[in-house]
Design a protein around this ligand. Sequence first.
Ligand code: TRP
Length: 335
Amino acid sequence: MSKEVKIVMTGDRPTGRLHLGHFVGSIQNRIKLQDESDKSYYMVADIQALTDNASNPDKVRDNVLEVALDNLACGLDPKKTTMFIQSEIPEIAELTILFLNLVTLARLKRNPTVKDEMKQKGFGENVPAGFLAYPVSQAADILFCRSNLIPVGEDQLPVIEQVNEIVDDFNRIYGETFDRVKHIVGNTPRLIGTDGGIKMGKSLNNGIYLSDSLEEITKKVMSMYTDPKHIHVEDPGEVEGNVVFSYLDIFDTNRVEIAELKKHYKKGGLGDVVIKKRLINILEDIINPIRTRREELAKNPENVMKILKDGTNNARIIAIETMAEVREALKINYF
Ligand code: TRP
């Protein structure tokens, strides 16, 4: 396959609604790339979600619609992007099983993304094998549809690296079959949480969601950490490590005014409420149209499920083709 052909593939685990971290980390790129690529796929990664939610199938099931709605509301267009559900493509599972033979346990345990997530979830040695191996299943997600360009958040880069190791090993052992893949991260590859934590996370309770109401946005911004020593308006304040300014740096396009506000804040005389109100307005400008469109789409969940069903049927065609080629390469094509 020619390297010039751009086939985009991306997905979300359906474990909760999506937030601004997803938006700046990968959703914006997805929307852009559906116009700038030869083909684009979006997958609801329900199997991957089950790797650490095995006893919670209802949660995963309920969030399939939610993540699809979030993406559609942001502008993912099913006419341009094939949207499908992972578990409905059994070839992904088949491919995963075959890829697992190319990966050692030691390598799985070394993946920094998986390590971080294991720590965060408190798994220790009792990590589900499926969770430890999710980068291998993600290789299958990416490769079954021959994609080579992957918009993801920065935290996913070690996973993409592992995918390329699988590509290299596969091609070396069984003959040139898959393209190496490239990742593409957003301008803001990682968004800090509203609590100032290193990452906005679905399970960290520090997110501003694409479906949040103005009241929720207001509450979250008003509770953001600024500078604990900035007690009176006239006190000089810190801009470094100030969560509100960190967000303004990302979302406020008026650089000149932000520079002035920072100067004023450092000198003293600029209250937290002023900068917080400014941030609330900016975030509301971004989220309002998404929220409105989301509410509209959510009135007809059956339409969303139909989009996913059509997309799944479409993705299945290439999945079957790829699997035939892989079976031949592995000499497991008997009848
Ligand atoms: N692991 C990704 C995340 O947590 C979701 C995902 C699953 C994905 N399969 C993918 C992303 C394939 C890109 C390509 O965000």
